[in-house]
Ligand binder design. Sequence first.
Ligand code: ZN
Length: 243
Amino acid sequence: MRILVMSDIHANYTALEAVLKDAGAVDETWCLGDLVGYGPDPNAVVEEIREIKNLTCLMGNHDVGVIGKMSLDTFNGEAKRSLIYHEQVLSASNMDFIKSLPSNVKVRGEASIVHGSPRDPVWEYILNAMTASLNFDYFDTPWCFVGHTHLPSMFIRDEEQTRILVSPTQPDTIVQLRPKMILNPGSVGQPRDRDPRASYAIYDTEARTWTPKRVTYNIPEVQERIRAAKLPEKHAIRIAEGW
Ligand code: ZN
């Protein structure tokens, strides 16, 4: 099976469209959460996601925020402003869809999938070897796919279980999967590795490969909508710079 793995769309409809088009035909789509937050298009993104066939979609921390399951004060001021806006504009049925998303680790064949980390599914960021090492014992599958950091990256534990290799992944450089690995497809709507292109990955279950992908999209168009919605200017600037 050819599976589209993506995360952290953050209400950026133009980036999502570019990813779906670039990925082409897939057997399944796994979305690792954060449909909303930061961007201008929460309804368009949720509607597009709801249309996808063979979808597994998880709940991210911004999704938890927008459904009122936790105080928005957990978020920084600018992130909070976007979530308040999203809360106001989301249609009832799109809100219900977000509320229906699971926030726990899901197992799909040889992969575990989760928004943050296997031991703390919604909130923990796997950014370094230390955090990765603590998480390898929390999943039983050979590999685990996570989102949340917005950084396309991988963490590999060697067979002796003594060392963790941490590395950014490179677009179109195929990763041969082997036990035990944690991989992150990066962010569709708000990449943070200084590459503003939308980020995702293709997982091939037979070849056991992970192919990181990047695709350009019309960033000025999204910036215009961010400004029209009077969302923080920072959110417009950062999508053009990739941070
Ligand atoms: Zn996010």
